[in-house]
Design a protein around this ligand. Structure first.
Ligand SMILES: Cc1ncc(C[n+]2csc(CCOP(=O)(O)OP(=O)(O)O)c2C)c(N)n1
Ligand SMILES: [Mg+2]
Length: 384
């Protein structure tokens, strides 16, 4: 971790719009990234103690992507993600307790303990999963954007949803559909991108390009790996390459793009260069890469860089935006939050098979799939 007196040889970074944000916002981003990392470390520990079962894919190294992109959109812009999803759920505002309880398979989890690591879901925060099938979430993210545009352009009113009051007018929204570089080869993505380009659907495909799909490097797995923009161009979609390590630089590039997609109600595609420090999942001998490669990326660690910037480079009236003591306090506070989350998860009950085994498993839409229909068990169509 960097210190206030840390005078490394790195050049002082220069930022544009993120530099204008208040100190508290940037410190909030730092806190969120520290929270995600601490959360993931405690998940690894709990997994080794067999308190978490099933698959578990940790997000350590990629924190700036979730925090910088989520900060660039509005809290009611819908988001979908793949299975490396705890970081996004936390960045979006899910309570660490509900997130950890889901990891532990407990009934207080965000999906009542029935989804686990890969199926975080938080409708009040407009976070629509958590999907284990590679690429499957991309048509869903496209559909959420289509629905939002339909509300705004055709219906002219906001449908009942979290935070929406009766009579509210519809807003221009965008959705973020996150995917890994491995999902670039899935047909579902290409069908979705074709429609997004054709119908000008306001979805941003955010490729979290960490260079590997399990043990396969991107160069071995997909065409045009050196220029993924070619894939976007094929569908008439604007593409951008953005560095995913420096959260402020990421915001400087991503926020204007998100704003433009919202204003113009159109799609975009982003190749967000990032890296995961740990293996693909909890059991990965990592024979496909060298320790030196991993170390090289850690030199640019997003948390270290932002902390160093706030303690050393960013000053007003001679004082740093954040003191070393404040940074230490932030870390202790986050550790306590995650400790509480683990305690909450441990002390929560497992789902009761008598009531939970068959509930929320299948929905029974009206036979004609009418969007006006009420599901048989009483839940409303989520788009209404
Ligand atoms: C349709 C489908 N095929 C294969 C798998 C098995 N699988 C799980 S994760 C994964 C790699 C995906 O890599 P990437 O999209 O780059 O995401 P990352 O793990 O790097 O976050 C694969 C092939 C799957 N879950 N779904
Ligand atoms: Mg990948």
């Amino acid at each position: 971790m960097p210190t206030a007196t840390d005078t490394t040889t790195r050049p002082t970074p220069t930022y544009t719009i993120s530099a204008e944000l208040p100190d508290a916002t940037l410190i909030g981003w730092l806190r969120d990234m520290v929270l995600i990392r601490e959360f993931e470390n405690r998940c690894a520990q709990a997994y080794q103690q067999a308190k978490i079962g099933g698959f578990c894919h940790l997000y350590i190294g990629q924190e700036a992507v979730a925090v910088g992109t989520v900060a660039s959109v509005r809290p009611d812009d819908p988001i979908v993600h793949a299975y490396r999803d705890h970081g996004h759920a936390l960045a979006r505002g899910m309570s660490p307790g509900a997130c950890m309880a889901e990891m532990f398979g407990k009934s207080t989890g965000c999906a009542k303990g029935k989804g686990g690591s890969m199926h975080m879901f938080d409708k009040p925060h407009w976070f629509f999963g958590g999907h284990g099938i590679v690429g499957a979430q991309t048509p869903l993210g496209t559909g959420l954007a289509f629905a939002a545009r339909y509300e705004w352009e055709v219906l002219g009113k906001a449908l009942p949803n979290p935070g929406v009051r009766d009579g509210d007018t519809a807003k221009k929204k965008i959705s973020l559909a996150f995917l890994g570089d491995g999902a670039l080869n899935q047909g579902a993505l290409h069908e979705a991108m074709n429609l997004a380009g054709l119908l000008s659907i306001p979805v941003i495909y955010v490729v979290e390009n960490n260079g590997y799909s399990m043990g396969t490097s991107i160069e071995r797995g997909t065409t045009m790996a050196h220029d993924l923009m070619a894939k976007a161009r094929a569908y008439g979609i604007e593409g951008r390459v953005i560095d995913g390590f420096d959260v402020m630089g990421l915001y400087d590039a991503f926020k204007p793009l998100a704003d433009a997609c919202r204003d113009e109600q159109r799609p975009a595609f982003v190749d967000l260069k990032t890296y995961r420090y740990l293996g693909h999942s909890m059991s990965d001998p990592q024979k496909y890469r060298t320790k030196e490669e991993v170390e090289q990326y850690k030199q640019r660690d997003s948390i270290d860089c932002l902390a160093a910037y706030l303690m050393n480079d960013r000053r007003s009236g001679g004082s740093p935006a954040m003191t070393e003591e404040a940074f230490m306090a932030l870390q202790s506070q986050v550790k306590a939050v995650v400790r509480d989350a683990v305690e909450f998860a441990e002390n929560s009950p497992v789902p009761d098979p008598a009531t939970e085994l068959y509930s929320d498993v299948l929905v029974n839409p009206e036979p004609n799939m009418s969007p006006l229909g009420e599901y048989i068990h009483g839940a409303r169509n989520p788009l209404l």
